[in-house]
Design a protein around this ligand. Structure first.
Ligand SMILES: *Cc1c(COP(=O)(O)O)cnc(C)c1O
Length: 408
């Protein structure tokens, strides 16, 4: 018998009913240190007072009207996003994958309007994740997520993250419309493209008239200690950018940003959304934006990132049999493991520590940008206890394997 909830997830045996800051609580009061934050969504922690206040205030005024009427919060949030990025215009949607969908449509439409309708190819990178709609799946090209869902869509090509010659060849192709890349891969295992790599990518895109799309759904909104991850790098701005996750601090909202030139084709009727940019979403996202973009929030995120990385480096030196490498940027941290990452995640729960996984056998740490110094210390202490447990677990598994081999 199938579960009434379609069984596409395998949730951990934890059922939080309340959250405050970096902590989650179950019915019986059990407390969990949450270093997942709904996968980089709760950038301000759980139930941040400014967000609770914004949601409550708006919920008594107006929830939803649809985009057939003017929604005042949209203009305010769009103006803030435009003022703090390369972009001139913003489309609001509800999820990351929809923002990516809009990015791809905007790119193709730009070329079509210029009379270059042969330019349709979207170039993606291995290890990428862009969401679960068809275009996003085809852009990422992850076979496991495409399996059984019919033919691959035409117009998508892929290059290895490290293979710069392959990028250049695909971008030089006259059918190329756009490159889509996460400046720091999230699901791929906190893999950051180096600064020179991003600059190089922008240069070859410019040279060949190909658009550059950043998927900053995970790396954006302060996650790396700047508002957007690519803003660490000079001369590497995109033409289009998809954002989501932390944009609403926990309220579902996303956006596709673009330059005026590139978005020129997105005229009335070319795209739309029922819920996109609704009053509730805008009220919460405005409050989240103002809080996340404050210099105090971003500099605190950078300080906590240094504290976390220094602590993890020390743990790696003390436990070389468990930890291989620390990667990522800011508070998008990946710890590559010797032990299976799923085993590590399970063992961490014995210490009431919630972490998540990523490609390349990585354990991903995505604390709130507002995590306190004490909570980072607590996180490091629990992480190290988990490393010790993982060492024991691996020794036990090895002994069991040896015993089984001897018995056979
Ligand atoms: C999570 C994520 C998405 C998809 O976002 P949804 O809200 O789940 O549709 C897209 N791109 C990146 C980089 C992500 O991390």
């Amino acid at each position: 018998m199938i579960s009434p909830v379609m069984p596409v997830y395998a949730p951990a045996p934890v059922r939080p009913v309340k959250g405050r800051g970096s902590w989650l609580y179950e019915d019986d009061g059990t407390a969990w240190l949450d270093v997942v934050g709904g996968v980089a969504v709760n950038a301000l922690g759980h139930c941040a007072p400014v967000l609770v206040e914004a949601l409550n205030r708006q919920s008594e005024q107006l929830w939803h009207v649809g985009n057939g009427l003017q929604i005042s919060g949209q203009r305010e949030l769009a103006e803030r996003l435009v003022a703090s990025t390369f972009a001139d215009t913003v489309f609001f949607a509800n999820s990351g994958t929809e923002a990516v969908e809009c990015a791809i449509k905007t790119a193709r439409r730009y070329h079509a309007q210029k009379g270059a309708s042969e330019r349709v190819d979207i170039i993606g990178f291995d290890g990428a994740f862009h969401g679960r709609t068809f275009a996003a799946l085809n852009a990422a090209g992850n076979k496991a997520y495409l399996d059984g869902f019919g033919p691959l869509m035409p117009g998508f090509r892929h290059a290895a993250f490290d293979d710069r010659e392959a990028w250049e060849r695909l971008i030089a192709d006259p059918r190329a419309a756009a490159v889509i890349v996460e400046p720091v891969q999230g699901e791929g295992g906190a893999r950051a493209l180096d600064f020179a790599g991003l600059q190089h990518l922008r240069q070859i895109c410019t040279r060949h008239g190909v658009l550059l799309i950043y998927d900053e759904v995970q790396s954006g909104m302060g996650r790396t200690g700047r508002l957007f991850a690519h803003q660490w790098v000079a001369d590497a701005e995109p033409h289009i950018m998809a954002i989501g996750k932390a944009l609403g601090g926990g309220f579902p909202v996303s956006a596709c940003l673009a330059t005026a030139e590139v978005a020129a084709g997105m005229a009335v009727g070319s795209h739309g959304s029922t819920f996109g940019g609704n009053p509730l979403a805008m009220a919460v996202a405005l409050a989240a934006f103002d809080e996340i973009s404050r210099e105090e929030t971003l500099s605190s995120a950078r300080d906590r990132s240094e504290q976390l990385r220094a602590g993890l480096d020390a743990i790696m030196r003390r436990h070389p049999g468990v930890v291989l490498e620390i990667r990522g940027r800011g508070l998008l941290v990946g710890v590559q493991m010797v032990v299976g990452n799923k085993d590590f995640i399970r063992l961490a729960r014995e210490f009431n520590l919630l972490v998540t996984g990523g490609g390349d056998n990585v354990v991903r740490l995505l604390p709130a940008l507002t995590i306190t110094e004490d909570d980072v210390s607590e996180l490091l202490a629990r992480f190290e206890k988990t490393c010790i447990a993982a060492q024991r677990f691996m020794a036990g598994a090895a002994a069991a394997a040896a015993a089984a081999a001897a018995a056979a």
